[in-house]
Write a protein that binds this ligand. Structure first.
Ligand SMILES: NC(=O)c1ccc[n+]([C@@H]2O[C@H](COP(=O)([O-])OP(=O)(O)OC[C@H]3O[C@@H](n4cnc5c(N)ncnc54)[C@H](O)[C@@H]3O)[C@@H](O)[C@H]2O)c1
Length: 306
């Protein structure tokens, strides 16, 4: 396998593959080596794409055209039209897998909540909320200017940070049938720093969503889901408060220092599962279509606010 884009997030990819029976044959870092040279000369079977948002689809298509499976960092693309190009290219290569790094679906808390909700034992879902209160200052944008450039990132807090929470809300509460939203630019940047949305899920539940990087500190992301028989709170750990007074806690794995704490500890699980799926010849759960779901919601929110 090979890693393309050796910036901040690549560290967790390299750490994860180090623990697997996988050979790293090369890396490509934009300024030093063209990724097409790497693909042509080293012919990796799998390519991890850890580049800025506007460099996801061109690199992914190049990899598919050379016969490599692709593990793509989120979001699928900086804009929906670009992502659609990848969807078309992937259809031309049905034997190749494209996976998307929405690693929070692998959090123990997310998996346990999904299983409990699907089991029906807590009754129907009444509604939910998702809150992302994070801090990103000028130094964050100055360090990687693409993050603040609309034409390269596609947006701010929503597409870059809170896409994980939007994804979990739709994954846990069901497909979003309609939404209504506002975005805010409290700091004078090209990209938004604050978003609020009301999501109406197909099953009838409603969730509210608030995300900002204008908070003074990084608070743990919080997702709360109320069902007929319990309230589930994911805030790192999953706490289940049953209507009969019982309280259960599912403890989350802790990040081991390989990446930033707020990325969570699940890149490793997702990457291991990606290789397990490839070896077993099974579909990878977060395929391109799954990755597109949150990008379509992000696109809808941006379209409502331009
Ligand atoms: N899943 C997560 O929780 C998570 C966390 C952080 C970042 N990310 C995502 O990872 C991606 C990268 O983010 P980052 O913070 O590491 O960015 P970064 O700017 O630190 O790193 C990107 C690197 O890619 C290189 N690059 C650009 N174009 C290239 C090309 N065509 N070929 C080879 N290298 C190229 C750049 O020089 C840079 O070093 C983004 O999509 C981001 O949203 C995901």
């Amino acid at each position: 396998m090979a890693v393309i884009g050796l910036g901040t997030v690549s560290v967790v990819h390299l750490a994860a593959i180090d623990k697997l029976d996988v050979e790293l044959v090369g890396v490509s870092e934009g300024r030093y080596r063209d990724h097409r040279l790497l693909l042509d000369e080293l012919r990796p079977e799998v390519v991890h794409i850890c580049t800025p948002h506007d460099q996801h689809v061109p690199v992914a298509i190049d990899a598919l055209e050379r016969g490599a499976h692709v593990l793509l960092e989120k979001p699928v693309a900086h804009v929906l039209g670009e992502a659609d190009r990848l969807v078309a290219a992937a259809k031309d290569h049905p034997a190749l897998t494209v996976g998307v790094c929405l690693q929070n679906r692998y959090n123990l808390a997310s998996v346990a909540a999904k299983k409990l909700l699907a089991s029906g034992e807590l009754g129907a879902v009444v509604g939910g909320s998702g809150t992302v209160l994070w801090h990103r200052d000028d130094a964050y944008y100055d360090a990687r200017p693409w993050r603040g450039q609309l034409r390269r990132s596609g947006g701010g807090v929503l597409i870059n940070q809170a896409i994980h929470t939007v994804d979990l809300l739709q994954w846990l509460l069901g497909e979003v049938a309609g939404l209504s939203s506002y975005t805010g630019h409290f700091a004078s940047r090209e990209v938004e720093d604050t978003v609020t949305a009301v999501l109406d899920h197909a099953g009838g539940a409603r969730s509210v969503f608030f995300a900002t990087v204008a908070n003074a500190v990084d608070s743990p992301v919080t997702i709360e889901i109320t069902t007929e028989r319990a309230v589930l709170t994911i805030r790192g750990d999953l706490t289940i408060r049953h209507a009969d007074g019982r309280v259960e806690v599912i403890t989350e794995r802790r990040a081991d220092g390989g990446g930033r704490d707020y990325w969570g500890a699940s890149h490793e699980l997702l990457i291991a599962d990606f290789y397990r799926s490839l070896r077993a010849g099974e579909p990878f759960p977060i395929d391109l279509e799954e990755g597109m779901t949150s990008l379509r919601l992000v696109d809808e929110i941006y379209r409502q606010n331009t």
